[in-house]
Design a protein. Structure first.
Length: 251
């Protein structure tokens, strides 16, 4: 087994996710049936293990396991992993040091997490663990910025992001496009409206890693801004997410 590399976790992820793991598990969006059907097609039903890297609270891991896949939920933050449900095998590990034999995996999935560890080293490690015919799936629940209040939500949290890696920065895409061990085979998008309440949206804001890591004074300011954001929204509504999926195969 390789070194766990726990020190490599970004401070915002280590502190924010540990502080707000319960909120994260309760309020973050799941993945719709259309998305899971697409994943079944990409991953296939042949025997073999899937590693869900950066599994968090198991939002994707548990759904894949429920569909009959053999899933390893790999996550470095103990407070997050502890909230992963039944089905997957839970393992504490970082993406750059997977406790997996060479060529042992039929697939790796990374759900709303690859931006945290998008390095050549990690892609080399993924390539080591996946079979020559295997698949790497990178996916995110993305906000639909065509909706005005969703844009306001995004502007609110973006003001506090600092140097935190984010999906929308697309730096992760530059890294994998430059890597000679992977080639893109599919790019899909699926609508994923997720039920939420006004209080739930406030909680959703505080489940953001770098928001969860704020000190009391700044957190109070964010809470006031969040209260202003939800004013005028229905008590219950759907958050308009779009699940974006990229699939790769080894070269």
């Amino acid at each position: 087994m390789k070194s766990s590399g726990m020190a490599t976790i970004h401070t915002a992820a280590r502190q924010g996710f540990a502080n707000r793991a319960g909120t994260y598990a309760r309020i973050r969006p799941s993945y719709g049936e259309d998305t899971l059907d697409a994943l079944d097609s990409l991953l296939g039903q042949r025997p073999g293990h899937i590693a869900d890297v950066g599994a968090g609270t198991g939002a994707l891991s548990t759904l894949l396991a429920a569909r009959g896949h053999s899933v390893l939920a790999l996550e470095p933050v103990a407070a997050m992993l502890a909230r992963c449900g039944e089905g997957p095998i839970r393992v504490r590990a970082t993406a750059n040091a997977l406790p997996i034999r060479t060529g042992a995996l039929k697939a790796i999935t990374v759900a709303t997490a690859f931006h945290w560890f998008s390095t050549r080293e990690v892609l080399d490690e993924f390539r080591r663990c996946v079979q020559p015919s295997g698949t790497l799936v990178l996916m995110w629940n993305d906000r639909d910025l065509r909706v005005p209040w969703v844009r306001r939500h995004t502007e609110l949290v973006d003001a506090y992001q600092g140097d935190t890696p984010r999906f929308r920065q697309m730096r992760w895409r530059e890294v994998i496009d430059a890597h000679d061990g992977w080639r893109e085979v599919a790019h899909l998008a699926r609508r994923n409206p997720s039920p939420i309440t006004r209080k739930g949206l406030i909680d959703r804001i505080f489940s953001t890693s770098f928001i969860g890591a704020l000190g009391p004074e700044e957190a109070e300011k964010v809470h006031a801004e969040a209260e202003s954001l939800v004013t005028g929204l229905p008590e219950e509504f759907d958050y308009p997410y779009i699940t974006r999926i990229w699939a790769y195969r080894p070269v």
